[in-house]
Design a protein around this ligand. Structure first.
Ligand code: NAP
Ligand code: MG
Length: 494
């Protein structure tokens, strides 16, 4: 393990870690009604970071009632759009002020490097609140010319109380992706973070208080999915569930939500292809494919986990790809200079190692990596070659730093194999030919296509899945549709 200089924790973070980690309901930090708590661990050393109050069904009911009251009766319901936008922007500025602390908390809780948090997760999260603060005052309907002597127009109204359930791979950023558009539309929120990374959302709750949001507009309730999450999905006063997580849990939520006819949007898993054509800039492509899978330890829903590389450039590409693994500095996310942190948990490490063993057993060729460190939840960047489409390591989401590579003979073969997946979240194309690139982009079945780049996102541009990667789009104007109902109003002019 790498032992470069350790970042000393800020005093604010040390103090925060010592505070009791309660539930944030109706603008206040409150204890769980049954007194239950659970641990959150630092995956770099598996030590306990804090005990977290766990929300029971009763607590979920309290949070939902608070959100309902805030939606129907509280000052939030009568605030002007500009006032709502101002509050969201104020929160963005507070997050900016506290970004170092939030980054330290997420690095401790999730294991990822500080550099990634400060260069990606935090700026992205701040961008969400800034971007959506502007939308609060721009939610316009239509005036529709209809037959007869009528005035007909539409209103885009907030759905109501929104339950939001998020994963652990970008703890703070995922909370921002969910909360910002919901607030812009005027909804109120009950957010359940992942049990592995409950801390940064509680820090956000402090900033929500400081920004001066009315009571009950945003409630944050930690706990396990099967209890806390499920109680939120079942609650009859929750009007919509916005979920990011695994396809398996997404299916459970969709079925359960049917009982109360809740609106549902699902951002789920992926097995995204990265296609390198014969005319690609091989150096750029190797760098892009490498970052596309290894970024955030491969714990990215849109990770480019399958590469299809043309035979004419295959050897040069592989040589460059493998040499990039040698530059990776694997170690604690809080030590500066480390470029890859630990996976989020022992369970995740076991899952990834099981897939690596499976890949060997299935007959794929292990090119590099493949080992875990003894201490903490660290797994080396790993590359398999000679991978066949029917191997499980080619079909299933591993959610770790494991790339599977296949050699292809043509553009058509690459396209067919890329689309031969149950998932459809992202896809990459590496070519210098603009016509080929656009034709392929049109034919790839995925919610995002990146040409000569990978995993670019922006608060203004939509992101989401085809097929088993879910439905609904986060970010951009498209995200507003997740949180609004359209009302058609008719006025007789006779
Ligand atoms: P997960 O196991 O599906 O959990 C996601 C969230 O759902 C957690 O908060 C979890 O709570 C909760 N949950 C679990 N069971 C539930 C139930 N029965 N009812 C209600 N909530 C329940 O996923 P994960 O392992 O945290 O995250 C990794 C997955 O997320 C990957 O598949 C990845 O591809 C996907 N992901 C997708 C996107 C996207 O935008 N498409 C982005 C990031 C991640 P607990 O943690 O307490 O169990
Ligand atoms: Mg943790």
């Amino acid at each position: 393990m790498n032992t470069i200089q350790t970042i000393k924790l800020s005093q604010v973070v040390s103090d925060f870690l010592k505070e009791e980690k309660k539930l944030f309901i109706n603008g206040e930090f409150v204890s769980s009604t049954d007194g239950k708590t659970f641990h959150t661990l630092n995956p770099a050393n598996n030590e306990v970071l804090a005990d977290i109050h766990e929300a029971s069904e009763k607590d979920i009911d309290r949070a939902v009632q608070a959100a309902k009251n805030a939606f129907e009766n509280g000052p939030w319901s009568t605030m002007t759009p500009l006032e709502r936008g101002d509050l969201i922007y104020k929160l963005a500025l507070l997050i900016e002020e506290h970004k170092q602390y939030i980054a330290e908390i997420d690095s401790l809780d999730n294991g990822k490097p500080m550099s990634e948090l400060l260069e990606n997760d935090l700026p992205n999260a701040i961008g969400q609140f800034k971007y959506f603060s502007g939308w609060a005052s721009k939610l316009v309907g239509q005036h529709i010319p209809v037959n007869g002597n009528f005035l007909n127009y539409t209103r885009h109204e907030p759905i109501g109380v929104v339950g939001q359930i998020i994963p652990w791979n970008f703890p703070f950023m995922m909370a921002a992706w969910k909360i910002a558009p919901a607030l812009a539309t005027g909804c109120t929120v009950v957010l359940k973070p992942a049990e592995q990374t409950p801390l940064s959302a509680l820090y956000l709750a402090k900033l929500i208080q400081e920004a001066g949001f009315p009571k009950g507009v945003i409630n944050i309730v930690n706990g396990h999915g099967e209890n806390t999450g499920s109680a939120l999905v079942k609650h009859p006063s929750v009007d919509k569930i916005a979920f990011t997580g695994s396809t398996e849990v997404g299916k459970i939520i969709m079925k359960e939500a049917a009982n109360t006819m809740k609106r549902v949007t699902l951002e789920l898993g992926g097995k995204s292809p990265n296609i390198v054509l014969d005319d690609a800039n091989v150096e750029k492509a190797a760098n892009g494919v490498f970052a596309g899978i290894m970024y955030n330890q491969g714990e990215v829903c849109s990770a480019g986990s399958r590469a299809y590389v043309h035979s004419s450039i295959y050897d040069e590409f592989m040589e460059r790809l493998v040499s990039l693994t040698k530059d990776v500095k694997l170690g604690s996310g809080l030590q500066s200079g480390n470029t890859m942190g630990s996976l989020v948990s022992q369970e995740q490490k076991d899952q990834v190692m099981n897939y690596i063993e499976l890949g060997k057993a299935e007959g794929a060729k292990l090119i590099c990596g493949g080992k875990a460190l003894d201490q903490g939840c660290f797994v080396e960047p790993t590359i398999f070659a000679d991978v066949k489409d029917d191997m499980r390591i080619s079909k299933e989401e591993i959610f770790g730093p494991v790339l599977v590579v296949s050699k292809v003979e043509s553009e058509q073969e690459a396209l067919e194999r890329a689309n031969n997946s149950a998932y459809g979240l992202g896809a990459g194309i590496w070519t210098q030919n603009i016509t080929r690139a656009h034709n392929m982009a049109n034919r790839l079945k995925s919610g995002s296509v990146w040409i000569n780049c990978y995993n670019a996102t922006d608060p203004a541009s939509p992101f989401g899945g085809y097929k088993n990667s879910g439905f609904g789009r986060e970010m951009g104007s498209y995200a507003l549709e997740n949180y609004t109902e359209v009302k058609s109003i008719w006025v007789s002019l006779d």
